[in-house]
Write a protein that binds this ligand. Structure first.
Ligand code: TYD
Length: 144
């Protein structure tokens, strides 16, 4: 899906274990101002159910397996974070749902902005209206 990158990082192995890394400029193009992580997923396993108007994020799953379902208002696509070497880079504006596929999965997120509830769209109908408006703005903008 446009604006989304799923990337498999190198795994640097040594006798002491494995290491992966991602960095500004090469793997993502925004400053990270906040890091948060989701763990102890409930029995229901599913969360998210919102979009961000401006926030960009890079996500990875250092333990377990998580399916990320993204929706841009016209199409949906699923991305699997099933090993520590995968990162998912998200531009602004996608409705997302997270499904933990194994017990004790952890989802880590690097975010481009500090926490701001006004950046969230938490109602799906509102999201569809917002995404249509964004699409129109984009088309009008590129027509000028
Ligand atoms: P939310 O982003 O809705 O979680 P999820 O992505 O799983 O749906 O956040 C859950 C709650 O935590 C919500 O009340 C807002 C709060 N929160 C913060 O206070 N700071 C943060 O950086 C984040 C990500 C959430």
């Amino acid at each position: 899906m446009e604006g989304i990158t799923l990337k498999k990082l190198d795994k640097i192995k040594s006798p002491g274990g494995s290491l992966s890394f991602f960095q500004l400029g090469k793997d993502f193009d925004f400053e990270i101002k906040r890091i948060y992580y989701i763990y102890e997923f409930s029995q229901q396993n599913r969360r998210g159910f919102h979009a961000h108007k401006e926030l960009k994020q890079v996500m990875f799953c250092p333990h377990g397996s998580i399916e990320v379902e993204l929706d841009n208002g016209t199409e949906k696509e699923k991305y699997l974070l099933d090993c520590p070497e995968k990162i998912l880079v998200l531009n602004r504006g996608y409705w997302r749902e997270f499904l933990s596929l194994t017990e004790n999965s952890i989802l880590c997120v690097g975010a481009s902005e500090i926490y701001d509830e006004s950046d969230y769209i938490r109602n799906y109908d509102d999201y569809i209206l917002w995404s249509k408006h964004e699409m129109e703005e984009k088309i009008n903008g590129s027509a000028i």
